[in-house]
Design a protein. Structure first.
Lengths: 522, 430
């Protein structure tokens, strides 16, 4: 048993719903009790979809358990097929139905339905949402792909690619897809198929006609892509174009497989991020310490952008999806940090508090953690909430995605000159660092936070930096520490205390504070 | 008193002709009873809710909470894993471990509810036994109770019913010779509860308890001299448990709108022998205020046709309020469960033209909505945007559960909740 307050991922059948909801003319018959329909609101409310997810829930009750829940499943499947006339259905069980072992697979096979029924085995007590999405997509591809298709010779026609991975409820999938299409267009590559987003089961049958595959989101697409490599000898583009450098690598990889000239896409003059980052105003970004947590693909991409494209220092890196832990470990090594592989948000909170970063890049969960700790934060990965499905075009991928990332990450920070002024005139009663960055209200003044009526015992009033409280700080040093702007105060305190321990000091005075500053000077 | 009057459903006059109810079974687009935790954990400030369930349960709670609550909430899920189910670990031992960890982290918890879920019910995990064992271990610091919020047994607000029913045996006994006491049953927003308590005081009813109490450890007493008023229409099991301890229900309208609130207060006033003139003097200002507030929305709502899809069991009393006080026309009033005895007065006031339906087959029900084309459809979050995109105006049902809507001083807000989607539709030009 795992004690959990918030979860990064839903159960695997929610992953299957993300695939089903992204597709057209596919229906999901889910053996599930009343209440599992809550998952519909993820799509209709958080993503603001105007259509119900194409899911029929069998809705069994306690009184059905002694009787024939299997019949309930068959009736639901029959009615769903009659009403929605899908080209194919996927069938499976949610966590409770898994326990009653009705075997939706066998049941649907015995039913002689007028369309293919693809069985899903998604072990709810072992696996989670991303795995469920990947497995579902793989099963759909494997069951529907027409294995007899042959590709025409390349001469005299454009190269063809499948774009794999975008789903419903994905973080910026809609906009990323636009950017990928833009690049393929510039390189003269035809899109054979996009899946799951917008694809019908009939479309999937033609998946073998492409020359190669693009795996946009490895968490969802890679399992299917590996099968396609084996079955149709289609190579896979695995570079994920998040960031300027990664976009260039992606263009080069696609161009090579398509025998196209990469300069057609590399010269995109809407790529502003490199200049925005080089312009002197951005100098103050140098060495800002960032903590990064999310799904592995977005976290790795964020770490690379942070270091190589914005000049940040990565002080923490982790992911919640264990399946991709290897990628995170390798990347963490590059930055000299300990990888954090966990789906326990309380552990992540502790790690963030200990690292005392100047910027947190994470999911909805880290946004809350950062808010509580009084740190600036930007969202880089699922799970996300309604505000991360913006009305405007807001991709993460491609050169435009890099532009968006620059804005999104830099916006929560105190701007360069303001940072200086706060340091110089820190005792100005109106221009106080406690009020946070002046250009927006991303985090409320801490005084309000501390005074806010709260009934939760555990809301820390200050960033949780282990404070040595039989304090070895002299009053004078403590006062001086308060003059340091709050966004670096935690780090200064921690460094000074570490320095004092190192030097075997049992008191921290004014001198110690400045000695430590000199010691840690970059 | 004979047995029949103590059982809910048995005290309705049998001779009276009952209005027809359309009963349906099929896919239900409703929450399970676990969802009640989202408001119960705020209402009872010293209580913690531990769901023993699956990742789906945890995911439901964080999704139903709408936004993730800023502070660490007073609920969590003990997620069962493969090892628990395969018998590699003793589930009861595991539960002990999780509860010990939780209680050591949260010493402020005074009551812990172990909440059963679909998977824990299906594997027949005995939470009553666990609560007893853990209770013995952690008493007197923490009282440990259990109830089921599983979807196979409970629909949405029935989770509150199950929770309150679990509290009833814990209520202290009211001495047989004690003076008559009033008990308000059902979780109300604190501000509304305070308003009612003020009114009862002005009426001269001094001995008033609330179930649930704001601190789960301060439970009111119950006994043969308890007269209870249901503040919510979904408390069938709680009512039965209270009757089992001798309490008697005061039949009344539910306190929605000027008339509903008046009727509800009147039932108590009559039972406590309050002078009718005094009642009138105390209640009149609030009632008039409520009427004035409701009038603001009347222009927008009168003559409009409304359909309720089943959600919280509040549908019947709310349809009555909209029909009698705002002159709306209920087309279909769907409810997950219809408690005929508790809603008897309500049903009498709903125009006979309205179709009352119980249970759900969501596809068939949506077919009826499309055919009826009501001006406003009250439905769950999974259906609202899809219906809007078909051109139907909707009101999220969940907002009716999460907003203060009871009593005189919320009657205007309640009417406004229904008027707002219609006003918004008229305002928008894109």
């Amino acid at each position: 048993m795992q004690l959990s307050v918030w979860t990064y991922e839903g159960p695997p059948h929610v992953g299957a719903m993300r695939v089903a909801t992204a597709m057209e003319k596919l229906h999901y018959v889910l053996h599930a009790p009343q209440g599992d329909t809550y998952a519909d609101l993820l799509f209709t409310m958080i993503e603001r979809r105007g259509k119900r997810p194409p899911v029929t829930y069998t809705t069994f009750e306690a009184r059905d358990l002694g009787k024939d829940t299997a019949q309930l499943f068959q009736d639901a499947a029959t009615q769903a097929v009659e009403r929605f006339k899908p080209q194919a259905i996927i069938v499976g069980a949610s966590c409770t139905a898994e326990l009653i072992q009705d075997d939706p697979t066998g049941l649907s096979e015995a039913m002689d339905l007028p369309c293919p029924a693809i069985p899903l085995e998604l072990p709810s007590y072992q696996r989670k949402e991303n795995w469920g999405a990947a497995e579902t997509f793989y099963q759909i591809v494997r069951n529907l792909a027409d294995k007899t298709v042959t590709r025409e010779p390349r001469e005299g026609r454009k190269a063809r690619a499948n774009i794999l991975g975008p789903t419903a409820l994905g973080f910026r999938h809609r906009d990323d897809l636009v950017e990928i299409r833009k690049i393929l267009d510039a390189l003269g590559v035809e899109v054979n198929l996009v899946a799951p987003l917008g694809a019908t089961p009939a479309d999937i049958t033609r998946i073998g006609e492409a020359d190669f595959n693009i795996s946009m989101y490895p968490e969802i697409a890679d399992e299917a892509a590996r099968w396609l490599e084996r079955t149709f000898k289609q190579p896979t583009v695995r570079s994920v174009p998040i960031g300027v450098r990664a976009t260039r690598a992606f263009i080069t990889d696609v161009a090579e497989l398509a025998s196209a000239d990469p300069t057609l896409a590399l010269g995109d003059n809407s790529s502003r991020m490199p200049w925005w980052s080089r312009s002197v105003d951005s100098t103050y970004l140098t060495g800002k310490r960032v903590f990064i947590f999310g799904d592995a693909t977005h976290a790795v991409a964020a770490a690379r952008i942070a270091k190589h494209e914005l000049g940040f220092e990565v002080c923490g890196l982790g992911c919640y999806n264990r399946e991709f832990a290897r990628e995170i470990r390798a990347e963490a090594k590059e930055h000299g940090v300990e990888p954090l592989i966990t789906d326990d948000h309380m552990e992540v909170e502790d790690a963030i508090a200990a690292a005392a970063p100047e910027l947190v890049l994470g999911t909805q969960m880290e946004r809350h953690i950062a808010k509580r700790l009084g740190m600036p934060c930007a969202v880089i990965s699922s799970p996300v909430h309604v505000q991360d499905f913006p009305a405007r075009h807001s991709p993460q991928m491609g050169f435009e995605g890099a532009n968006v990332i620059f804005d999104t990450w830099v916006h929560p920070l105190v701007m360069g000159l303001e940072e200086h002024l706060l340091t110089m005139f820190r005792e100005d009663f109106e221009f106080s660092d406690e009020n946070g960055p002046s250009h927006h209200a991303a985090h409320a003044p801490k005084t309000t936070l501390a005074n806010a009526p709260t009934i939760d015992a555990e809301v820390p009033e200050e960033p949780v930096i282990p404070i040595n409280d039989g304090s070895i700080w002299t009053a004078e040093a403590e006062r001086e520490l308060k003059k340091i702007p709050f966004f670096v105060r935690g780090k200064a305190r921690r460094n000074t205390e570490a320095f004092a321990v190192d030097q075997g000091l049992n008191e921290i005075g004014l001198e110690t504070l400045y000695d430590a500053k000199a010691h840690y000077a970059k | 008193m004979n047995v029949a009057t103590t059982l809910p459903g048995c005290d309705a006059p049998i001779a009276k002709e009952q209005r027809p109810v359309l009963r349906e079974r099929g896919q239900r687009e409703v929450f399970c009873g676990l969802t009640g935790i989202v408001w119960l954990h705020r209402k009872m400030q010293d209580a913690f809710f531990l769901v023993v369930g699956s990742r789906t349960c945890a995911h439901l709670l964080q999704s139903a909470a709408g936004v993730m609550i800023f502070a660490e909430p007073r609920f969590a899920t003990a997620i069962m894993e493969e090892r628990d189910l395969a018998g590699m670990l003793d589930t009861q031992d595991e539960l002990d471990r999780v509860v010990d960890r939780l209680l050591s982290r949260r010493p402020d918890i005074k009551s812990l509810f172990l909440v059963g879920s679909c998977p824990s019910e299906v594997i027949k995990l005995d939470l009553a036994k666990a609560a007893q064992r853990l209770g013995a271990k952690h008493m007197p610091n923490v009282r440990i109770l259990n109830y089921s919020g599983s979807g196979i047994e409970t629909t949405f607000t029935q989770g509150e019913d199950a929770c309150l029913a679990a509290l009833v045996p814990e209520m202290p006994a009211l001495a047989a010779d004690a003076p008559q006491e009033l008990l308000i049953v059902g979780a109300l927003p604190d501000i509304v509860e305070d308003q009612f308590l003020r009114i009862f005081k002005q009426l001269g009813i001094d001995r008033v308890g609330c179930l649930p109490a704001r601190n789960a450890r301060d439970l009111p007493s119950v006994g043969a001299n308890t007269r209870y008023l249901l503040a919510q229409p979904f408390l069938a099991d709680t009512a039965m448990a209270l009757e089992g301890r001798g309490a008697q229900r005061l039949d009344a309208l539910f306190p929605f709108g000027a008339e509903g609130t008046t009727g509800w207060l009147k039932a108590a006033a009559d039972a406590f022998g309050i002078d009718p003139d005094h009642f009138e003097r105390v209640v009149a200002p609030g009632r008039e205020r409520a009427k004035r507030a409701i009038a603001h929305s009347k222009g927008k709502l009168e003559g409009k046709r409304i359909t309720f899809l089943p959600d919280s069991q509040l549908e019947v009393p709310l349809a009555r309020f909209l029909a009698t006080e705002l002159d709306m026309t209920p087309v279909e009033v769907g409810t997950p469960y219809l408690h005929r005895a508790h809603c008897a007065q309500e049903l009498d006031l709903i125009p006979p033209s309205a179709r009352i339906s119980e249970g759900q087959d969501v596809e068939r029900q949506l077919d009826r909505v499309r055919e009826d084309k009501p001006d406003l459809t009250v439905c769950g979050l999974g259906l609202a945007n899809p219906l809007e995109s078909e051109g139907l105006s909707t009101k999220w049902a969940i907002e009716l559960v999460f907003s203060p809507i009871h009593g005189f001083d919320q009657a205007g807000d309640l009417a406004e909740l229904f008027a707002r989607p219609l006003r918004r539709r008229d305002v928008l030009e894109v």
